[in-house]
Design a protein around this ligand. Sequence first.
Ligand SMILES: Cc1cc2nc3c(=O)[nH]c(=O)nc-3n(C[C@H](O)[C@H](O)[C@H](O)COP(=O)(O)O)c2cc1C
Length: 213
Amino acid sequence: MEFDFEKLAADDRYKLLTSTIVPRPIAWITTLSKNGVRNAAPFSFFNAMSKDPALLAVGIMADGDNSMKDTARNILDTREFVVNLVPRPAAEAMNLTSIDAPPEIDELSLAKLDTRPSLKVRPERIAISPVSFECRLHTPIELSNQLIAIGEVVQAHVADEVMLDPAKLYVDTPKLDLISRLHGRGLYGAAETTFQMPRPQSYEEMKKEKARV
Ligand SMILES: Cc1cc2nc3c(=O)[nH]c(=O)nc-3n(C[C@H](O)[C@H](O)[C@H](O)COP(=O)(O)O)c2cc1C
């Protein structure tokens, strides 16, 4: 079937996007308001975009009442945020921080989450997250009350116990036990089914190979 995205209602586009683009990693973002109130919320419109500079992007849509979400407002006001990745034991706390708490509520306290100071930005990182990326806002794309925040990672925290070989930067990725967002309401996945597939050889090698057979 074909779907004309230029004619579909936004909620219907959302349905098709989120039921097909899976799994999506979850950025559990911590920010500070300009008054210093701590905020945390999860976002699955998220991924890494480049390495030089190290950029990641997060899509923060407008709230149900069409206002700007606290995370978006805080990022625009302070130009700083931390992306914490979500291990399975943190699933419930992460979910709780998606609540529509008013801006004056400290959502880290609400979800009883321990934090650790960041090194280069003011928002703290979430202690239970095995990986946290401290970001400075690189490019804000503002679409009325939505924000696509492109952040530059300026510091990464990776828990000691998941580092296999710090000198070579080898991480024990399965040990991170990260969850991802799937289709439907409230469906999550973990990396349980995996398979290995080497990258294709170079085009030149492929031509030589074909010439041999
Ligand atoms: C797993 C998960 C993923 C989410 N992904 C997004 C997303 O990508 N974009 C978005 O705007 N809201 C997303 N939400 C909803 C926000 O977390 C929610 O609107 C939250 O209240 C925003 O908080 P804030 O106002 O403190 O920023 C997601 C919620 C959950 C539970």
